[in-house]
Structure formats: structure tokens, C-alpha cells
Ligand binder design. Structure first.
Ligand code: FES
Length: 124
């Protein structure tokens, strides 16, 4: 079984060993970490945490747009670690998760991949 260390920076850098094949939400909750969650299939964003260091596979998530992914957000209920990782967890980590779409609309390249347009248009 392949394992990775997960460090929770905003929980006194507590470290957990988790199975690389299991979703992080499941592994961490099984070890007593209190984490918010809702749908558990990657659709509602409740379980988002911020990746500070490391790497995950979260291809199954559909809740995050590219801007949120680029800011390090990870959907813990579907993400599997592919390296040792450090996270900020819980609602405190959601400081940059949402923004007011009227004051600060997304740029076209920040939308979800299937509706996003390239960051720059080389034709113009
Ligand atoms: S619990 Fe809904 S996206 Fe993870």
C-alpha cells in the first residue's frame, strides 16, 4: 500500500499517514480530523481545502473553476494524494474560495475547463 504524509498547517502542523488510493476526506476523517463536507462526490465545494505544498489527483471534481484550482483549492472528497502534502483545512482556508461575481467577475480563462477560452487570443 502506497502512503503519503499529510500535514495540516492550520492544525498545529499535525501529520497523518494516508493511503494514496483513498480520497483525502475519507482518510483524514477516519483518523479523527474534523472536516466540513456535503455531497462527497466532488460537486458541492463544501470540503475544499487549500494545498500549500505537494500534489493531488482531483480529476473527478466538478465543483472548482480554474481560478480556484490555480489558487490551490482541492476537493478533499475526491482528491487522492500523489505526493506528501501540506494543507490549510476547514472554513478558514476558504478565504479565497469565493468572490463576488458582480464586483469581480471571472475572466474567460478562469472558467471551468469545458467552457473556458484560452488566456490570450493569439489572433488579435
Ligand atoms: S463534499 Fe461536496 S465537493 Fe466534497
Amino acid at each position: 500500500m502506497s502512503m503519503h504524509s499529510i500535514t495540516l498547517r492550520n492544525r498545529d502542523n499535525t501529520t497523518y499517514q494516508v493511503d494514496a488510493k483513498k480520497p483525502l476526506l475519507e482518510s483524514l476523517r477516519a483518523q479523527g480530523v474534523d472536516l466540513p463536507y456535503g455531497c462527497k462526490y466532488g460537486g458541492c465545494i463544501t470540503c475544499a481545502a487549500k494545498l500549500i505544498e505537494g500534489d493531488v489527483n482531483q480529476k473527478a471534481q466538478v465543483a472548482l473553476n480554474n481560478r480556484q484550482i490555480n489558487e490551490g483549492y482541492v476537493i478533499l472528497c475526491v482528491a487522492r494524494p500523489v505526493a506528501d502534502c501540506t494543507f490549510d483545512i476547514g472554513v478558514e482556508s476558504h478565504d479565497r474560495l469565493y468572490r463576488n461575481p458582480f464586483l469581480d467577475p471571472l475572466k474567460p480563462h478562469e472558467l471551468k475547463a469545458d467552457i473556458a477560452s484560452p488566456a490570450e487570443d493569439p489572433v488579435k
